[in-house]
Design a protein around this ligand. Structure first.
Ligand code: ZN
Length: 225
């Protein structure tokens, strides 16, 4: 038992020493800085990931570098619906809908779309904003693809736009901005029910909450029920 404890401490010391040495190499230091920015990862896990990559140069590091570079070159946002697509093929979101719908649901990101789709509460088109207005990654209003949203509404004879942005200040500000941008179009605009927990992001909601938020959505304008 005592021996095991000492071993654990030794391994820990060895790893810490290794990590400190790693930081002195500028390429690794830069990698740590970038990987720590990924969701759910801090500097400690970033260092573990990098150590794993370095120890598996051929099997992990090389294919990761290559696939990242391919994805960087080829994966872009569809300018029509805001979903992700490969430059080598058509946008699935735009081309997989053989059915005609009369509703369009506006979400912040593709993970929100997946959550809503898996709950089966909504049948219709999706429009992905790619963020919120005050989010530093997409603060430019044109990034929300609102011109394209208006075009899609007209082209598909959409009757209702459902704003399914998060119950955060940014999400609600964005919803208000979209509502304002659509004010000259005669269309029903609705927003998910207030039952959404404050700060609630769509992608992390359970099916029950999501279904009730959709069913009890309220109209925001005179075109509503
Ligand atoms: Zn698309």
């Amino acid at each position: 038992m005592k021996f095991q404890k000492q071993l654990v401490i030794l391994v820990f010391l060895d790893l810490s020493g290794h990590f400190d040495l790693m930081q002195n190499i500028s390429e690794i230091h830069n990698l740590i800085k970038i990987i720590s920015k990924l969701p759910g990862l801090g500097p400690k896990s970033a260092k573990r990931i990098i150590l794993k990559l370095i120890n598996n140069r051929q099997e992990l590091m090389k294919p990761l570098a290559e696939t990242l570079s391919e994805a960087y070159k080829n994966v872009t946002r569809c300018k029509n619906c805001g979903s992700l697509k490969s430059n080598n093929s058509n946008c699935d979101n735009c081309h997989s809908n053989s059915k005609k719908y009369n509703k369009i649901c506006v979400v912040e990101n593709i993970a929100d779309q997946w959550t809503i789709e898996s709950s089966s509460v909504f049948k219709g088109y999706f429009h992905i904003l790619g963020g919120t207005m005050s989010n530093s990654n997409s603060e430019r209003k044109e990034d929300l693809l609102l011109d394209s949203l208006i075009e899609r509404i007209k082209k598909n004879n959409i009757e209702e736009v459902i704003l399914a942005t998060s119950a955060t200040v940014e999400g609600q500000t964005t919803a208000f901005y979209i509502q304002d941008s659509l004010k000259n179009i005669s269309i029903k605009i609705s927003k998910l029910a207030q039952g959404l927990p404050m700060g609630g992001e769509i992608e992390s909601l359970d099916d029950g909450t999501l279904i009730s938020a959709f069913k009890n959505r309220r109209g925001l304008n005179s075109g509503s029920d």
